[in-house]
Design a protein around this ligand. Sequence first.
Ligand code: GCW
Length: 613
Amino acid sequence: MNNYDGLWLKSLTKTLLDCDTPLQAAEAELADFFRRRDAGERFELSVDEALGEGYCVERTGGVYHLSGGNTGILYGAYDLIRELHNGGEAEKLASSPRYPLRMLNSWDNMDGTVERGYSGRSIWFEGNRFDYDPERIRYLGRLLASAHVNVLCVNNVNVHAPAQRLLTDLLPDLAAFAALLRPFGVRLMVSIDFSLPLSSGLQTADPLAQEVQKFWNETASIAWAAIPDLAGFLVKADSEHRPGPNAYGRTHAEGANMLGRAVKPYGGVVVWRAFVYDCLQDWRNVKTDRPCAAYQIYQPLDGDFVDNVILQIKNGPFDFQVREPVSPLLLSMQNTNTALEVQLAQEYTGQQIDLYAMPPMWKEIFDVLPAERIQAIAAVSNLGRDYFWTGHPFAALNLYAFGRLAWDPAIDPAAVIDEWIRLTYTMPDTDREKLLTLLLNSRHVYELYTATLGLCWMITPHTHYGPNPDGYEYDLWGTYHRADRNAVGIDRTALGTGYTAQYPPELQAFYENRETCPDELLLFFHRVAYDAQLHDGRTLIQRIYDDHFEGCAEAEKMAETLQSLPLPETDRQEAVKRMAMQLKNAREWRDVINTFFYRFSGAEDEQGRTIYP
Ligand code: GCW
């Protein structure tokens, strides 16, 4: 079953677009929209290349004059449609992107599986080759363009065979795929395997070896000859067993720069991921602290990267947890092009079963980002072949909001969620407000039952869904809570692992001090005794119990609200089905985590609720 109408545009045009350029796409979309709107309005389009991705709209009489750059014209068309559809006047609109690269990173494997994918199989890979419905790919392009996403990385950063061949014998297929997305202003990126020279007959992949440089220069020249607007390469190197420059005693700057020089003549970029840490840690070792890793590796290299290399940094120092402080590396690279990486796929955030609207969480990051140093925003995709594209029908909101906020990070999270609801569903204002409130609270609720006070990682190993407090405790991934009968958490202050020293002085002092450290990050930064008093006067142990009871009760209330909403039947059924799974999950989290801490602490719940012994 296929829902090609697609996500937030489902209430708009249903025309299958057959167009070769963004201008044609803009014309088709607007013509269709105004025909349906039937208000006697007209539109005129003019391309002004100087506007680039930007556009302006002006209304005179009943005519909307839209001018925009080559892709700006299409973005302008979608924004005009959105404004009018959502009840705006759109007398004057003008906009241009805050970040030039707004990238979706898919973790699709060529066998059709998607790493950390919760929306079914890959939309474009199956059976170790490209295998897709071109119509669906055009709809995908349209979706991405309507959210102003302009780069799609087609394959998983963990490059599994035969994805290495995307740049060799599979290149014609890649080029055909690129052509389908081109009318929507979406350029492709490819995740590459740093050791590709080895599987191509060379004896080494050493970035300083001449034959390796020649290999990559040739590879780039062939790739860009086939796809002249290829955006670049995405690289996961020396991370979680992926090959990289360290094997040859070279730094990440040396590895990235070699690739950067190879793609430079074609205007390409190399996006180099900073998700590097010791994934073979001994849990007995209390000196090594995983959140410190990226800064320790990359900060000394600041200024060493060539100008078309972009260092892509996850939002937090761990790995897309429910609550993390901003990565100190994002704040400290003064002379390096950087990208922020977020994850739409809900690996640790409910797997598109539990509701989790991300904009409020991203807002916290955008608010502290030194915007001038960030070149790009990337998101791990939550798309798949499922009927709803994103598993849960509401999870589409995260994709939509990602594009909107990468374009304009100043938009209020509630406003962007509201926009998405209006574009997706038709319902009375009171119901829309209920849905908005439900979505706005969803992350908080999920946090209450899975990650109270910044205490993350108590999850089931490998699948990362459901509670397992010691699942990673004696493992090698560096993600420990170190609970004992008196206390829990890791001291990351100067007296502990010293992680706080990676922040600028004010922030360091803020986190370092138990008085100023926000409660929601308390157990990330501090080791705290169960009987210690928190800001609101409760003891730590009581707060742990309360949060879990509250999170579960809130989830139950969310289920009631959901039942009452006038959603289209297919969406309602799916959302209700998933909500039942969320409730089961929330109860499991509540009882497992409460029991875990009860057994350690022996503390009774002040309210006498059931905690299983
Ligand atoms: O969160 C972890 C995931 C891995 C992923 C890795 C990464 C693609 O569990 O599945 O690998 O992050 O970001 O590279």
